[in-house]
Design a protein around this ligand. Structure first.
Ligand SMILES: Cc1cc2nc3c(=O)[nH]c(=O)nc-3n(C[C@H](O)[C@H](O)[C@H](O)COP(=O)(O)O)c2cc1C
Length: 386
């Protein structure tokens, strides 16, 4: 291979590897589900941000599968080690590396997947792409990888908190059971942190528990929707035209396994509305600034935050690894019947809540830093009502 060819080859493998996300606040995750460890490297976090192990551990604990009748049987008592980039409780401005050791791997559960491909999972596509794959626990296609994202998101959340920005996600539906919307029924924010389904309604959580147990008993799975809201955003975040706020959040969230759709504000419902119904009219704010009468835009206009809360929903498909027998094909091309073993989630949504928050925080932290270059002089866009 000539020198020019090898440099081109190397360059294309770097830009195609797809394990990094972000422009100024940039995260790379590494590791396979059943390897020794997984983790992340966050590059571009400004120096002087207060950050402790506990900030990272707290977020990882929120991602941890709940116990009992929750949507997963796996126990992941993650402990994160911050290897670099933090000194005496403050970020150094250098890369922040976080290591999370894999302690709960049970590779024997996956022996039968060495030569067969699970319907609905990434086994076949990884092999088609790379010519080989780590079949243990789904390797890099496992949701275990998202622990690295959550650790990186913890850093982003700390940065956002310094700017008065908070990101909160919750499960708004699992299978055919929807939680009431905010202000309706028994909706309660605290309930979403209390029950293991992350549903803001006690009554809905009880019905979901029953549904999950029914599905588990017959070896099947469910999908659901994770809703997310970021508050305290200034107007002006988002880079036209390819790095729009909504486009980047969609990229971030659709990069999660099993995520199949996203909608902002009135979303797909807006297609059936008239303009006069869908427009959020501008109104004078009490503080003398500008605000909006509603939030059908989900906080984004022209790909730029408008000072209202960023609001969106992500749809997740049912977990593909199910013990219900299904037909598939083995490596040698013969038809096989497969019943997937292992401690798989019945629904990904409860664990996806903290991951959606993390991915949103990563996008917002990145855009916040990029926004510092958008015009001369000091600038902070108006928040809702300012
Ligand atoms: C938080 C989370 C947990 C997941 N848990 C499981 C699981 O236990 N078993 C499984 O087969 N897939 C699980 N998935 C989904 C797979 O990762 C995903 O379906 C697979 O990588 C194929 O990607 P695709 O569904 O986007 O095509 C999970 C996804 C997320 C985001």
């Amino acid at each position: 291979m000539s020198c020019a060819m090898s440099v081109k080859h190397l360059y294309s493998s770097i830009i195609m590897a797809g394990n990094s996300f972000g422009t100024l606040f940039r995260v790379t995750t590494f590791g396979e589900s059943h390897g020794p460890a997984i983790g992340c490297v966050v590059d571009g976090c400004p120096a002087g941000l207060a950050l402790t192990h506990d900030d990272v551990r707290r977020e990882l604990a929120r991602r941890k599968p709940g116990g009992g009748g929750a949507a997963t049987l796996r126990r992941e008592d993650d402990d994160a080690e911050i290897l670099s980039g933090v000194f005496e409780g403050q970020t150094l401005g250098t890369p922040i590396a976080v290591l999370i050791r894999n302690k709960s791997a049970r590779s024997a559960d996956y022996d039968e997947l060495r030569d067969v491909y699970r319907p609905g999972h990434a086994d076949w596509t990884y092999e088609a792409k790379y010519g080989l794959r780590d079949h243990n626990g789904g390797g890099r296609a496992s949701a275990r990888e998202t622990a690295g994202r959550v650790a990186a998101g913890a850093v982003a959340k700390r940065l956002l908190a310094e700017h008065g920005i908070a990101v909160r996600a919750w499960c708004s539906s699992i299978a055919d059971i929807s939680a009431p919307a905010e202000g309706e029924g028994d909706f309660e924010w605290e309930e979403a942190e209390r029950n293991s389904f992350r549903v803001p309604s006690r009554e809905s959580a009880a019905r979901i528990m029953q549904k999950i147990e029914e599905l588990r008993a017959i070896g099947d799975s469910a999908g659901g929707i994770v809703s997310c809201r970021a508050t305290g955003l200034p107007a002006g975040l988002g880079e036209p035209v390819f790095d729009k706020l909504d486009a980047l959040v969609a990229h971030a969230c659709l990069s999660l396994g099993a995520a199949k759709g996203i909608e902002f504000g009135s979303g797909f419902g807006s297609a059936a509305l008239n303009g006069s119904q869908n427009n959020d009219t501008l109104v004078p704010a009490s503080s003398g600034g500008k605000s909006f009468a509603g939030n059908k835009a989900g906080g984004v206009l022209g790909g730029i935050s408008n000072g209202m809360p960023l609001e969106f929903r992500v749809a997740f498909k049912p977990v593909p690894s199910i013990s219900t027998p299904q037909m598939t094909v083995a490596r040698d091309g013969t038809a096989r019947n497969i019943s997937v073993k292992g401690r798989h989630d019945v629904c990904v949504c409860p664990r996806a809540v903290s991951v959606v928050e993390a991915m949103t925080a990563l996008v917002l932290a990145d855009l916040l830093l990029q926004n510092r270059c958008s015009r001369l002089g000091e600038r902070q866009g108006a928040r809702h009502g300012e």
